[in-house]
Design a protein around this ligand. Structure first.
Ligand code: PLP
Length: 402
Protein backbone atom coordinates (compact mmCIF):
# COMPACT_ATOMS: atom_id res chain seq x y z
CA UNK A 1 0.00 0.00 0.00
CA UNK A 2 1.31 3.49 -0.82
CA UNK A 3 1.52 5.61 2.30
CA UNK A 4 0.30 9.19 2.06
CA UNK A 5 2.88 10.72 4.39
CA UNK A 6 6.08 9.02 3.33
CA UNK A 7 8.76 11.27 4.81
CA UNK A 8 10.28 9.12 7.55
CA UNK A 9 12.77 11.65 8.88
CA UNK A 10 13.21 15.41 8.59
CA UNK A 11 11.10 17.76 6.55
CA UNK A 12 10.21 17.26 2.90
CA UNK A 13 11.70 19.94 0.63
CA UNK A 14 8.84 21.19 -1.53
CA UNK A 15 10.79 23.33 -4.00
CA UNK A 16 8.29 23.31 -6.86
CA UNK A 17 7.01 26.71 -8.06
CA UNK A 18 3.73 26.21 -6.29
CA UNK A 19 2.00 24.99 -4.33
CA UNK A 20 4.66 26.53 -2.15
CA UNK A 21 5.57 25.45 1.39
CA UNK A 22 3.06 26.92 3.85
CA UNK A 23 4.49 28.72 6.92
CA UNK A 24 3.50 27.27 10.32
CA UNK A 25 1.86 30.60 11.23
CA UNK A 26 -0.56 30.15 8.32
CA UNK A 27 -1.19 26.46 9.05
CA UNK A 28 -2.13 27.41 12.62
CA UNK A 29 -4.50 30.12 11.39
CA UNK A 30 -6.19 27.63 9.04
CA UNK A 31 -6.78 25.27 11.99
CA UNK A 32 -9.10 27.75 13.77
CA UNK A 33 -12.66 26.44 14.20
CA UNK A 34 -14.91 27.09 11.19
CA UNK A 35 -17.47 29.84 11.91
CA UNK A 36 -20.88 30.85 10.54
CA UNK A 37 -20.21 32.46 7.19
CA UNK A 38 -23.32 34.64 7.64
CA UNK A 39 -22.48 35.75 11.19
CA UNK A 40 -20.92 39.04 12.34
CA UNK A 41 -17.45 37.60 13.01
CA UNK A 42 -17.18 36.40 9.42
CA UNK A 43 -17.93 39.88 8.04
CA UNK A 44 -14.83 41.22 9.81
CA UNK A 45 -12.69 38.48 8.22
CA UNK A 46 -14.25 39.01 4.77
CA UNK A 47 -13.73 42.79 4.79
CA UNK A 48 -10.16 42.38 6.02
CA UNK A 49 -9.12 39.96 3.27
CA UNK A 50 -10.71 42.00 0.49
CA UNK A 51 -9.00 45.20 1.69
CA UNK A 52 -5.69 43.34 2.14
CA UNK A 53 -5.86 41.86 -1.35
CA UNK A 54 -6.43 45.33 -2.80
CA UNK A 55 -3.11 46.32 -1.21
CA UNK A 56 -1.37 43.25 -2.64
CA UNK A 57 -2.75 43.84 -6.16
CA UNK A 58 -1.98 47.57 -5.69
CA UNK A 59 -5.48 48.55 -6.68
CA UNK A 60 -8.27 50.72 -5.34
CA UNK A 61 -10.86 48.81 -7.34
CA UNK A 62 -12.83 45.64 -6.45
CA UNK A 63 -11.18 42.25 -6.02
CA UNK A 64 -13.36 39.15 -6.46
CA UNK A 65 -12.28 36.21 -4.29
CA UNK A 66 -13.42 32.70 -5.29
CA UNK A 67 -13.23 29.32 -3.57
CA UNK A 68 -11.39 27.96 -6.62
CA UNK A 69 -8.02 27.17 -8.10
CA UNK A 70 -6.32 29.58 -10.50
CA UNK A 71 -8.00 27.90 -13.47
CA UNK A 72 -11.38 28.98 -12.09
CA UNK A 73 -10.15 32.57 -11.84
CA UNK A 74 -8.97 32.36 -15.51
CA UNK A 75 -12.46 31.27 -16.50
CA UNK A 76 -14.03 34.03 -14.39
CA UNK A 77 -11.96 36.68 -16.22
CA UNK A 78 -13.16 35.50 -19.64
CA UNK A 79 -16.74 34.54 -18.73
CA UNK A 80 -17.43 37.94 -17.19
CA UNK A 81 -16.10 40.09 -20.02
CA UNK A 82 -16.61 38.21 -23.31
CA UNK A 83 -19.49 37.20 -25.57
CA UNK A 84 -19.68 34.06 -27.76
CA UNK A 85 -17.40 34.39 -30.81
CA UNK A 86 -15.41 37.36 -29.47
CA UNK A 87 -11.76 37.55 -30.51
CA UNK A 88 -8.93 37.53 -27.99
CA UNK A 89 -5.25 38.06 -28.66
CA UNK A 90 -2.99 35.89 -26.52
CA UNK A 91 0.78 35.41 -26.41
CA UNK A 92 2.61 32.10 -26.20
CA UNK A 93 5.18 32.29 -23.42
CA UNK A 94 4.86 28.72 -22.19
CA UNK A 95 2.56 26.03 -20.91
CA UNK A 96 0.22 28.22 -18.85
CA UNK A 97 -0.28 30.77 -21.62
CA UNK A 98 -1.13 27.77 -23.84
CA UNK A 99 -3.66 26.38 -21.34
CA UNK A 100 -5.40 29.75 -20.99
CA UNK A 101 -5.62 29.96 -24.77
CA UNK A 102 -7.17 26.48 -24.96
CA UNK A 103 -9.67 27.46 -22.28
CA UNK A 104 -10.68 30.55 -24.29
CA UNK A 105 -11.31 28.30 -27.31
CA UNK A 106 -13.39 25.90 -25.22
CA UNK A 107 -15.47 28.84 -24.00
CA UNK A 108 -16.36 29.63 -27.62
CA UNK A 109 -13.95 32.52 -28.20
CA UNK A 110 -11.81 33.05 -31.28
CA UNK A 111 -8.22 33.09 -30.23
CA UNK A 112 -5.12 34.35 -31.95
CA UNK A 113 -1.94 33.04 -30.36
CA UNK A 114 1.07 35.23 -31.13
CA UNK A 115 4.55 33.83 -30.53
CA UNK A 116 8.18 34.69 -31.00
CA UNK A 117 9.11 32.49 -33.99
CA UNK A 118 11.93 29.95 -34.26
CA UNK A 119 14.00 27.82 -31.97
CA UNK A 120 17.10 28.63 -29.99
CA UNK A 121 20.22 27.20 -31.73
CA UNK A 122 22.09 26.27 -28.56
CA UNK A 123 19.29 24.35 -26.85
CA UNK A 124 16.86 23.50 -29.66
CA UNK A 125 14.02 24.86 -27.49
CA UNK A 126 11.33 27.24 -28.82
CA UNK A 127 12.35 30.92 -28.53
CA UNK A 128 8.89 31.79 -27.32
CA UNK A 129 9.44 29.61 -24.24
CA UNK A 130 12.73 31.36 -23.38
CA UNK A 131 11.60 34.99 -23.73
CA UNK A 132 8.74 37.17 -22.51
CA UNK A 133 5.76 38.71 -24.27
CA UNK A 134 6.87 40.92 -27.19
CA UNK A 135 4.87 44.16 -26.85
CA UNK A 136 5.83 45.31 -30.37
CA UNK A 137 4.20 42.21 -31.92
CA UNK A 138 1.03 42.99 -29.96
CA UNK A 139 1.11 46.62 -31.12
CA UNK A 140 1.62 45.58 -34.77
CA UNK A 141 -1.30 43.16 -34.59
CA UNK A 142 -3.63 45.65 -32.93
CA UNK A 143 -2.78 48.33 -35.50
CA UNK A 144 -4.01 45.97 -38.23
CA UNK A 145 -7.30 45.41 -36.41
CA UNK A 146 -8.98 48.51 -37.84
CA UNK A 147 -12.45 47.07 -37.19
CA UNK A 148 -11.44 46.65 -33.52
CA UNK A 149 -12.69 43.07 -33.38
CA UNK A 150 -10.14 42.04 -30.75
CA UNK A 151 -11.83 42.39 -27.38
CA UNK A 152 -8.96 41.51 -25.08
CA UNK A 153 -5.22 40.99 -24.91
CA UNK A 154 -4.37 38.17 -22.47
CA UNK A 155 -0.83 37.58 -21.20
CA UNK A 156 0.93 35.74 -18.39
CA UNK A 157 3.07 37.90 -16.09
CA UNK A 158 5.20 35.17 -14.51
CA UNK A 159 5.24 32.09 -16.76
CA UNK A 160 5.58 29.30 -14.21
CA UNK A 161 6.57 26.72 -16.82
CA UNK A 162 9.70 28.64 -17.86
CA UNK A 163 10.69 31.15 -15.15
CA UNK A 164 10.37 34.09 -17.56
CA UNK A 165 8.49 37.24 -16.59
CA UNK A 166 6.91 39.78 -18.95
CA UNK A 167 6.81 43.56 -18.84
CA UNK A 168 3.12 44.26 -18.30
CA UNK A 169 3.45 48.06 -18.33
CA UNK A 170 5.02 47.73 -21.81
CA UNK A 171 2.06 45.64 -23.01
CA UNK A 172 -0.28 48.40 -21.78
CA UNK A 173 1.81 51.00 -23.65
CA UNK A 174 1.62 48.86 -26.81
CA UNK A 175 -2.18 48.70 -26.62
CA UNK A 176 -2.38 52.46 -26.05
CA UNK A 177 0.13 53.21 -28.84
CA UNK A 178 -2.10 51.28 -31.24
CA UNK A 179 -5.07 53.34 -30.02
CA UNK A 180 -6.95 50.08 -29.43
CA UNK A 181 -9.81 49.65 -26.91
CA UNK A 182 -9.07 45.96 -26.06
CA UNK A 183 -9.11 44.98 -22.41
CA UNK A 184 -5.79 43.92 -20.89
CA UNK A 185 -6.07 40.70 -18.88
CA UNK A 186 -3.07 39.36 -16.99
CA UNK A 187 -2.38 36.07 -15.23
CA UNK A 188 -0.11 36.63 -12.26
CA UNK A 189 -1.07 33.40 -10.54
CA UNK A 190 2.54 32.66 -9.67
CA UNK A 191 3.87 36.22 -9.55
CA UNK A 192 1.59 37.94 -7.07
CA UNK A 193 3.09 38.69 -3.65
CA UNK A 194 6.57 37.61 -4.78
CA UNK A 195 7.16 39.77 -7.87
CA UNK A 196 6.23 43.45 -8.01
CA UNK A 197 2.77 43.78 -9.53
CA UNK A 198 0.75 47.00 -9.98
CA UNK A 199 -2.79 46.48 -11.23
CA UNK A 200 -3.82 50.16 -11.32
CA UNK A 201 -0.52 51.79 -12.30
CA UNK A 202 0.04 49.33 -15.18
CA UNK A 203 -3.50 49.84 -16.47
CA UNK A 204 -4.58 46.20 -16.19
CA UNK A 205 -8.31 45.51 -16.58
CA UNK A 206 -8.47 42.02 -15.08
CA UNK A 207 -5.70 40.41 -13.05
CA UNK A 208 -6.02 36.71 -12.31
CA UNK A 209 -4.28 35.09 -9.36
CA UNK A 210 -4.35 32.19 -6.92
CA UNK A 211 -3.47 31.35 -3.33
CA UNK A 212 -0.86 28.60 -3.57
CA UNK A 213 2.21 30.54 -4.70
CA UNK A 214 3.40 33.89 -3.31
CA UNK A 215 0.53 34.10 -0.85
CA UNK A 216 1.99 30.96 0.77
CA UNK A 217 -1.40 29.27 1.19
CA UNK A 218 -2.62 25.84 0.14
CA UNK A 219 -4.43 25.74 -3.23
CA UNK A 220 -8.08 26.76 -3.19
CA UNK A 221 -8.52 30.53 -3.49
CA UNK A 222 -8.75 32.30 -6.87
CA UNK A 223 -8.75 36.07 -7.43
CA UNK A 224 -9.85 38.57 -10.07
CA UNK A 225 -8.75 42.18 -9.58
CA UNK A 226 -10.92 44.43 -11.74
CA UNK A 227 -10.85 47.83 -13.38
CA UNK A 228 -13.89 50.10 -13.91
CA UNK A 229 -13.56 49.32 -17.66
CA UNK A 230 -13.70 45.57 -16.98
CA UNK A 231 -16.78 46.01 -14.80
CA UNK A 232 -18.43 48.01 -17.56
CA UNK A 233 -17.56 45.32 -20.12
CA UNK A 234 -19.12 42.69 -17.85
CA UNK A 235 -22.49 44.44 -18.07
CA UNK A 236 -22.64 43.93 -21.84
CA UNK A 237 -20.87 40.52 -22.00
CA UNK A 238 -23.03 37.52 -22.92
CA UNK A 239 -21.04 34.40 -22.05
CA UNK A 240 -23.11 32.51 -19.49
CA UNK A 241 -21.83 32.71 -15.90
CA UNK A 242 -23.32 32.22 -12.50
CA UNK A 243 -20.77 30.90 -10.01
CA UNK A 244 -18.18 33.29 -11.47
CA UNK A 245 -20.46 36.33 -11.91
CA UNK A 246 -18.71 39.44 -10.64
CA UNK A 247 -21.84 41.47 -9.89
CA UNK A 248 -23.05 39.47 -6.87
CA UNK A 249 -19.64 38.58 -5.49
CA UNK A 250 -18.33 42.14 -5.72
CA UNK A 251 -21.46 43.60 -4.16
CA UNK A 252 -21.60 41.13 -1.27
CA UNK A 253 -17.90 40.98 -0.49
CA UNK A 254 -17.85 44.77 0.00
CA UNK A 255 -19.64 44.02 3.27
CA UNK A 256 -17.50 40.93 3.95
CA UNK A 257 -19.83 38.18 2.70
CA UNK A 258 -20.19 35.84 -0.31
CA UNK A 259 -23.17 34.75 -2.42
CA UNK A 260 -22.31 31.12 -1.59
CA UNK A 261 -20.34 29.25 1.06
CA UNK A 262 -16.78 30.60 1.03
CA UNK A 263 -13.71 28.58 2.11
CA UNK A 264 -13.65 30.03 5.62
CA UNK A 265 -10.53 28.28 6.88
CA UNK A 266 -8.46 29.22 3.84
CA UNK A 267 -9.62 32.79 4.37
CA UNK A 268 -8.25 32.61 7.93
CA UNK A 269 -5.00 31.56 6.31
CA UNK A 270 -5.24 34.43 3.82
CA UNK A 271 -5.76 36.90 6.65
CA UNK A 272 -2.59 35.60 8.34
CA UNK A 273 -0.64 35.67 5.04
CA UNK A 274 -1.67 39.29 4.53
CA UNK A 275 -0.48 40.16 8.04
CA UNK A 276 2.87 38.53 7.31
CA UNK A 277 3.33 40.17 3.90
CA UNK A 278 2.17 43.63 4.91
CA UNK A 279 4.11 43.58 8.22
CA UNK A 280 7.28 42.90 6.25
CA UNK A 281 6.28 45.37 3.53
CA UNK A 282 5.84 44.42 -0.13
CA UNK A 283 9.09 46.06 -1.35
CA UNK A 284 11.08 43.90 1.09
CA UNK A 285 9.16 40.78 0.08
CA UNK A 286 9.99 41.45 -3.59
CA UNK A 287 13.67 42.15 -2.79
CA UNK A 288 13.90 38.91 -0.81
CA UNK A 289 12.66 36.88 -3.82
CA UNK A 290 14.98 38.70 -6.24
CA UNK A 291 17.92 37.92 -3.97
CA UNK A 292 16.99 34.22 -3.77
CA UNK A 293 16.57 34.08 -7.51
CA UNK A 294 20.02 35.63 -8.07
CA UNK A 295 21.56 33.12 -5.62
CA UNK A 296 20.00 30.17 -7.44
CA UNK A 297 21.17 31.58 -10.79
CA UNK A 298 24.71 31.92 -9.41
CA UNK A 299 24.60 28.17 -8.69
CA UNK A 300 23.22 27.30 -12.12
CA UNK A 301 25.89 29.43 -13.82
CA UNK A 302 28.63 27.72 -11.76
CA UNK A 303 27.32 24.30 -12.87
CA UNK A 304 27.68 25.56 -16.44
CA UNK A 305 24.02 24.93 -17.29
CA UNK A 306 21.71 27.38 -19.11
CA UNK A 307 18.60 28.79 -17.46
CA UNK A 308 15.35 28.42 -19.39
CA UNK A 309 15.00 32.22 -19.30
CA UNK A 310 17.30 33.60 -21.99
CA UNK A 311 16.70 37.27 -21.20
CA UNK A 312 18.70 38.66 -18.28
CA UNK A 313 16.15 41.35 -17.52
CA UNK A 314 13.26 38.89 -17.25
CA UNK A 315 14.38 36.21 -14.78
CA UNK A 316 11.52 35.25 -12.49
CA UNK A 317 12.06 36.01 -8.80
CA UNK A 318 9.84 32.99 -8.04
CA UNK A 319 11.45 30.09 -9.88
CA UNK A 320 14.42 29.17 -12.03
CA UNK A 321 14.18 26.77 -14.96
CA UNK A 322 17.37 24.74 -15.46
CA UNK A 323 18.06 23.13 -18.85
CA UNK A 324 19.83 19.78 -18.64
CA UNK A 325 22.47 18.83 -21.24
CA UNK A 326 21.09 17.11 -24.37
CA UNK A 327 20.64 13.40 -23.67
CA UNK A 328 20.06 13.90 -19.93
CA UNK A 329 16.38 13.38 -19.10
CA UNK A 330 15.47 16.20 -16.69
CA UNK A 331 12.63 14.11 -15.28
CA UNK A 332 15.02 11.27 -14.46
CA UNK A 333 17.16 13.81 -12.57
CA UNK A 334 14.10 14.99 -10.66
CA UNK A 335 13.02 11.44 -9.84
CA UNK A 336 16.43 10.51 -8.51
CA UNK A 337 16.62 13.66 -6.38
CA UNK A 338 13.17 12.97 -4.98
CA UNK A 339 14.00 9.37 -4.10
CA UNK A 340 17.42 10.04 -2.61
CA UNK A 341 16.92 13.40 -0.89
CA UNK A 342 13.16 13.84 -0.36
CA UNK A 343 13.32 17.03 -2.45
CA UNK A 344 10.57 17.85 -4.98
CA UNK A 345 11.50 19.94 -8.03
CA UNK A 346 9.11 21.17 -10.75
CA UNK A 347 8.83 19.08 -13.91
CA UNK A 348 9.29 20.43 -17.44
CA UNK A 349 5.84 21.01 -18.95
CA UNK A 350 4.61 20.84 -22.54
CA UNK A 351 7.24 21.72 -25.16
CA UNK A 352 10.11 21.59 -22.63
CA UNK A 353 9.18 18.26 -21.00
CA UNK A 354 12.27 16.21 -20.20
CA UNK A 355 14.60 19.08 -21.17
CA UNK A 356 14.47 21.14 -17.99
CA UNK A 357 13.44 21.13 -14.34
CA UNK A 358 12.30 24.02 -12.17
CA UNK A 359 13.53 25.16 -8.77
CA UNK A 360 10.93 27.11 -6.78
CA UNK A 361 12.15 29.88 -4.47
CA UNK A 362 8.94 31.07 -2.87
CA UNK A 363 6.70 30.41 0.11
CA UNK A 364 8.11 29.33 3.47
CA UNK A 365 11.73 29.50 2.42
CA UNK A 366 15.02 31.09 3.47
CA UNK A 367 18.69 31.19 2.46
CA UNK A 368 19.40 27.86 4.14
CA UNK A 369 16.37 26.13 2.61
CA UNK A 370 17.77 27.15 -0.75
CA UNK A 371 21.31 26.06 0.13
CA UNK A 372 19.96 22.61 1.02
CA UNK A 373 17.92 22.55 -2.18
CA UNK A 374 20.94 23.45 -4.30
CA UNK A 375 22.99 20.78 -2.50
CA UNK A 376 20.30 18.22 -3.35
CA UNK A 377 20.28 19.32 -7.00
CA UNK A 378 24.07 19.30 -7.26
CA UNK A 379 24.34 15.82 -5.74
CA UNK A 380 21.54 14.58 -8.00
CA UNK A 381 23.19 15.96 -11.14
CA UNK A 382 26.48 14.30 -10.16
CA UNK A 383 24.74 10.98 -9.46
CA UNK A 384 23.19 11.21 -12.94
CA UNK A 385 26.68 11.57 -14.39
CA UNK A 386 26.25 15.18 -15.53
CA UNK A 387 29.64 16.87 -15.94
CA UNK A 388 29.41 20.09 -13.94
CA UNK A 389 31.73 23.02 -14.63
CA UNK A 390 32.02 23.82 -10.92
CA UNK A 391 30.21 23.87 -7.60
CA UNK A 392 26.91 25.70 -7.64
CA UNK A 393 26.66 25.25 -3.89
CA UNK A 394 29.93 27.13 -3.36
CA UNK A 395 28.77 29.92 -5.69
CA UNK A 396 25.43 30.24 -3.89
CA UNK A 397 27.16 30.27 -0.48
CA UNK A 398 29.25 33.16 -1.72
CA UNK A 399 26.09 34.94 -2.91
CA UNK A 400 24.16 34.37 0.32
CA UNK A 401 27.02 35.29 2.63
CA UNK A 402 27.55 38.77 1.20
N1 PLP B 1 -1.42 30.10 -14.57
C1 PLP B 1 -0.19 29.97 -14.03
C2 PLP B 1 0.87 30.96 -14.40
C3 PLP B 1 0.07 28.92 -13.15
O1 PLP B 1 1.28 28.78 -12.61
C4 PLP B 1 -0.97 28.00 -12.84
C5 PLP B 1 -0.71 26.86 -11.95
O2 PLP B 1 0.41 26.52 -11.63
C6 PLP B 1 -2.21 28.18 -13.43
C7 PLP B 1 -2.41 29.24 -14.29
C8 PLP B 1 -3.34 27.26 -13.15
O3 PLP B 1 -3.74 27.41 -11.82
P1 PLP B 1 -4.37 26.22 -10.98
O4 PLP B 1 -3.49 25.04 -11.16
O5 PLP B 1 -4.38 26.77 -9.56
O6 PLP B 1 -5.75 26.00 -11.49
Amino acid sequence: MIKLDNHPSGRHFLQIPGPSPVPDRILRAISLPTIDHRGPEFGVLGRKVVAGMQQVFQTKHPVAIYPSSGTGAWEAALANTMSPGDSVLMFETGYFATLWQKMAQRLGLETEFLALPGTDDATGLPNSWRHGVQPELIEQRLRKDSAQRIRAVCVVHNETSTGVTSDIAAVRRAIDAAGHPALLMVDTISGLASADYRHDEWGVDVTVSGSQKGLMLPPGIGFNALSPKALEASRAARLPRCYWAWDEIVEMSASGYWPYTPNTNLLYGLSEALDMLLEEGLPKVFARHRRWSAGVRAAVAAWGLPTQCADDKLHSPVLTGVITPRGVDADAVRRLIHERFDLSLGTGLGKVKGRMFRIGHLGDCNDLTLMATLAGVEMGLKLMGVQLAGSGVAAAMEHFST
